[in-house]
Ligand binder design. Sequence first.
Ligand code: ADP
Ligand code: MG
Length: 266
Amino acid sequence: MSAALAARGVTLSYGRRPILDDVDLDVRRREVLALVGPNGAGKSTLLSVLAGDISPDKGEVLLEDRPLSTWKLREMSRKRAVLTQEHRISFPFPAVDVVRMGRSPWRGCPEEDDDERVVAEAMATADIERLAGQPFGLLSGGEKGRTSFARVLAQRTGVLLLDEPTAALDIGHQEAVLAHARAQATAGAAVVVVLHDLSLAAAWSDRVALLHHGRVTAEGTPSEVFTAPLLSLVYDHPIDVVAHPVTGDLLVLADRRALVSREETA
Ligand code: ADP
Ligand code: MG
């Protein structure tokens, strides 16, 4: 089956600085794809290109086999929803109105009849019901993140592009958000999620793409990509990959032994 969303030779520079270099990536239905890599690797830029918010200098993105440039914005908004890294909305509207914004692509469609039910469900999933009436600008970072996640869910699209949806979330809500992304994939959605916590990525994704200096350095299952030598090289820091003694889950940890022995000998 063809990919729900596919990047083909995506290349982009800002000024003379290459940011994305010939990126090929398939985003498949029923799959959570984790996009990982160091700060500045190009993850958010790639997500914006996949979303159609930024056009590449070279290459293209296909949504359901059609170049993004041929899609109308509204039509595209019924297919893919995007959670950006910054929750920039600063208007004094209550959180529930932010979630309702997710329904705007469906205005005038039969789906509009479901608006209130869909908004209520999304708010319950994101655990923000008690924040419904609070001005968005006054919410904590994690609460803003969960409200934006609810907005994305309310959009009811088959493709979800989530840029660090777990940033600023407590451990319970991190798990809840990724469990829900996972459930969406199981139900047929194609999900891309940018994550910094590699243990979370290992636990919740089917496939990982490791971005480094604007290139996909490695792609595969978490156990294929998350090896100590590769991660230590890409992150320029000693990293350990161990299996959880009970569950066998991959745990990716900073290896501090070199640091400790350096201090001991100092
Ligand atoms: P990541 O999300 O992996 O941390 P980004 O995709 O946000 O990285 O950014 C990749 C690189 O591109 C960074 O070095 C960043 O400074 C640069 N960059 C991002 N957006 C712009 C822009 N609008 N103009 C110039 N440089 C940018
Ligand atoms: Mg980013």
